[in-house]
Design a protein around this ligand. Structure first.
Ligand code: FRU
Length: 607
């Protein structure tokens, strides 16, 4: 029998003592033993999201093999999550459960619906229950919670994406490295969890490299991952893989870096010039980055720090990245230091901050602006791009990056349940010098996304705009998957509006303000917005141009909108939860005429 992971079987009658193969022994008001016999490869755990976590020690032949935290159902089961018993086959498995809720009697404790809900199966039903909002061409976990992308590397034609993953619920907990692979950056295959918590703690963000020269001694081309072990404190650990990142073995001498203060998210790379490994570590609460060097990925020497008192300081600094790039149209190389911060983003919550400067293998020196200050810069002027980091070893010198398309302010409250959070589209990172003389980061969709184009549904030239809106039909099929490209000349008007709307009167309003040289993205009436006070907002981006000529390229994937202006020179990534797909695009201009030189609308699909 295929057991649904989504509620339905919660209604099925099961013996009070537990389902087949399950024996329940209540020991006290908050403590229950669940003995698991034969009957299936997976133990289905019943979850109620509004409950607090129960602590479950998985005892295997009497020893604690794992500890997991699950919001076990009290009054109703929202969904089930599968616990894979394969590693413990043939052994005695007992769950020692400590429930969170206050109890007055054991009778009360016995009434929790979870006790009747534990079930064994070989075939958990992984049917997608989130067809309305689950993006089609963005990566999502099949079920459970996801935050930061991390540890990404490219090898032999395969893009490996690892991510902060809770396999036992759709809120943050039990951090592991989930794993997905792709050969084209838009179709993703889910792989087994790659790194699981151990005695040092759960597995927080980090990075991976291909060790081409076997500097670490795990073999030529071994994959080496560095991550934060998050137990009572945070420390840095190493794991190696000799099967191209499918499975990792933690290094027996972990941790490899310890500090007396909180530090996390190690990001490393091979420095060709100095012939050694470099590493950036977020000194989170000090709001700075630490830099280390190593000959062998195991022994690291602290060299310097950057950031104290610089940039945005109102949140913790996390998830760094450091890489060189050529400034567009010049031979000049500059280094980009990515410092994700939370909170303190320009529109509240989390955001990607960066600094431009030089890196000599030991020290980062940030460029100053004309006033002599180190400027604060943002990579995305939407609310939903965080923890963006790049792939190591991307082909053809590409600097390809991806972000977590959500925000810590409401990521756990968005109206999905089987899974929570998607990644952004993969993006090619570049540098350009703007009219103000400053160097900025651009991030444009990776060329692979062109393959998503299905049908050209509109192709119009020379549309002149005025106060009366001109409307175009958007392809609603498939829950609303489309790309819009509008080549705008707004030199002759004060402002220009692009409105996406549907029959439920949900609206997303993009407004270009010529005097301010800014683009506004208003999602206050975009659909379901009331799950968090921090969700209904207007975000705004400088457009970095001085002539009103703007090409807007937008990707809409059911519950996300990514707006790329002028080849990614300004970007806004914002989630939306429309009650039905947006079906119309209306264009108008105010305070003068504007022209859309060309408008193209494509319907999109994956393979
Ligand atoms: C960023 C972050 C990281 C940490 C991870 C834990 O979103 O807080 O600093 O490693 O999430 O899941």
């Amino acid at each position: 029998m295929a057991l649904s992971i989504f509620g339905a079987s919660a209604l099925a009658p099961v013996p009070a003592s537990g389902a087949d193969g399950i024996e329940i022994n209540h020991l006290g008001i908050n403590n229950t033993l669940v003995r698991v016999g034969d009957g299936g490869r997976y133990l289905m755990l019943p979850v109620q999201e509004s409950n607090d976590d129960a602590r479950i020690n998985i005892l295997v032949d009497g020893k604690i093999a794992e500890t997991i935290y699950v919001r076990l159902a009290k009054s109703k089961t929202d969904y089930y999550v599968p616990f894979d018993l394969t590693p413990y086959k043939g052994k005695n498995i007992v769950l020692d459960v400590v429930t969170p809720q206050g109890r007055s009697s054991i009778r009360e404790a016995k009434e929790d619906v979870c006790w009747r809900g534990f079930e064994l199966t070989d075939t958990p039903d992984m049917t997608d229950r989130e067809t309305k909002f689950r993006p089609a061409f963005h990566h999502t976990p099949m079920y459970g919670w996801m935050n930061d992308p991390n540890g990404m590397f490219y090898k032999d034609g395969v893009w490996h994406l690892y991510y902060q993953f809770n396999p036992y619920g759709s809120k943050w907990q039990n951090m592991t490295w989930g794993h997905s692979t792709s050969t084209d950056l838009v179709n993703w295959k889910h792989e087994p969890v790659a790194i699981r918590p151990d005695g040092l703690g759960s597995i927080f963000s980090g990075s991976s490299v291909v060790d081409h020269n076997n500097t670490a001694g795990f073999g030529k081309d071994a994959i080496i991952a560095l991550y934060t072990s998050a137990g009572t404190s945070q420390m840095q650990s190493l794991a190696s893989s000799t099967d191209n990142g499918q499975t990792f073995t933690p290094y027996p001498s972990n941790p490899i870096i310890t500090l007396e203060t909180e530090a996390r998210d190690p990001n490393m790379f091979w420095n060709e010039k100095t012939g050694e490994w470099n590493l950036v570590l977020a000194h989170a609460l000090e709001r700075e980055m630490l830099f280390f060097t190593s000959p062998d990925l195991k022994t690291w020497t602290l060299q310097s720090s950057f950031g104290k008192g610089e940039g945005e300081q109102s949140g913790v600094w996390e998830c760094p990245d450091l890489f060189p790039l050529k400034v567009d149209g010049t031979g000049e190389t500059k280094w980009v230091l990515i410092c994700n911060i939370n909170p303190g983003g320009p529109f509240g919550g989390s955001a990607v901050q960066y600094f431009i400067g030089d890196w000599d293998g030991k020290t980062f020196t940030a460029d100053k602006d004309a006033t002599g200050k180190i400027p604060t810069k943002w990579l995305d002027y939407g609310k939903d791009n965080y923890a963006l980091v790049s792939w190591s070893d991307a082909p053809e010198g590409r600097r390809t990056a991806i972000g977590w398309m959500s925000n810590w302010q409401y990521a756990a409250e968005v109206p999905t349940m089987q899974y929570r959070s998607a990644n952004t589209l993969p993006r090619e990172i570049g540098l350009f010098r703007a009219a103000d003389g400053e160097i900025y980061v651009s991030n444009a969709p990776s060329p692979e996304v062109l393959a998503l184009r299905n049908r050209l549904v509109a192709d119009k030239s020379n549309i002149s705009l005025g106060n009366i809106a001109k409307s175009f039909t958007l392809p609603e099929a498939n829950g609303g998957l489309y790309e819009i490209i509008a080549e705008i000349d707004a030199a002759g008007c004060d402002s220009l509006k692009m409105v996406l709307s549907n029959k439920a009167d949900n609206k997303v309003i993009l407004t270009y303000n010529a005097a301010e040289r800014k683009m506004y993205f208003d999602r206050t009436k975009s659909g379901i917005v009331d799950f968090s006070e921090s969700f209904p907002v207007v975000t705004a981006s400088p457009t970095f141009e001085d002539n009103g000529k703007i090409t807007v390229r937008m990707f809409i994937d059911r519950s996300s909108i990514e707006m790329f202006g002028n080849d990614g020179r300004f970007v806004m990534t914002n989630l939306v939860f429309p009650e039905m797909p947006y079906s119309s695009l209306a264009l108008s201009s105010f305070g003068g005429k504007a022209k859309v030189k060309n408008l193209k609308i494509y319907s999109l699909s994956t393979k």
